[in-house]
Design a protein around this ligand. Sequence first.
Ligand code: DO4
Ligand code: MG
Length: 291
Amino acid sequence: MRTSCAMKLCRFTNKSDEVRVGLIADDSSMFDLTPAGITQMLQLLENENFVAQLTQLAKKKLPRIALSEIKLLTPVERQEIWAAGVTYLRSKTARMEESDFSASAYDKVYAAERPEIFFKSLPEKVVGTNEAVGIRRDAKWNVPEPELSLVINSKGKIVGHTVGNDMSSRDIEGENLLYLPQAKIYERSCALGPWIHLGANEAEARGWKIKIKIQRGGQNVFNGETSVSQIKRSFEQLAEFLFRSQKFPHGAILLTGTGIVPPETFTLHEKDEIGIEISGIGLLKNFVAVV
Ligand code: DO4
Ligand code: MG
């Protein structure tokens, strides 16, 4: 087994439907880490020296499996999922336009020392790649929010990154700021995947590009792109605020906010296909269902 700086850790089910942990080998295959005694991702994420641990594992002969033979699961085990908001200028201006009522709140939080951080989801509610994300049946204006997501261990250390989608109902959010939990937390409103990229530092991650492509009936209906470098706050600061006066015994995932907002005329439709790609990590693919 080969290890490199870009180590990508995944959860998957094999042909016998057993949940396992794997290390991505290349574009089409992965190593099953089960024979090396790794049955949970948290065993690695909680170890400060996971690079050394993976290097040790590299000496073992591990089964190589084609990605076409497995189903990727969400790269989440027992972590709570939280999200930061209004961390990009684009997000601040879009939200100020959507609601005059709440405009000053968005303006103030963008500049304030304390970031906006809200609870987003539980591991069992998150959807993985190739699964359906939801749009609420009582909302008229629904969008995906493509977000770099920090994988943070129980000690508050950022140990990896994954791709996130903070699905949102903009008409509900825009009507009244107090409706934010309903605009953000509902069935299938959070997607994460396809795996965790381990070990990149903030400077490296800030070099990544985030792209989104939305297709409807085979036609492109929206393309967007931003750079992680446009996030106003440091990742350390976001993680530090999340862990203030709060313990996460199994770690946490923190979505870092969106820098891509489709035009006001755009809303998602049932069956739309959403592809979110972060250059250093990979591609998260979902389709839309009404929930
Ligand atoms: O307060 C609104 C939510 C902000 C958000 O989710 C984002 O900026 O990504
Ligand atoms: Mg968001």
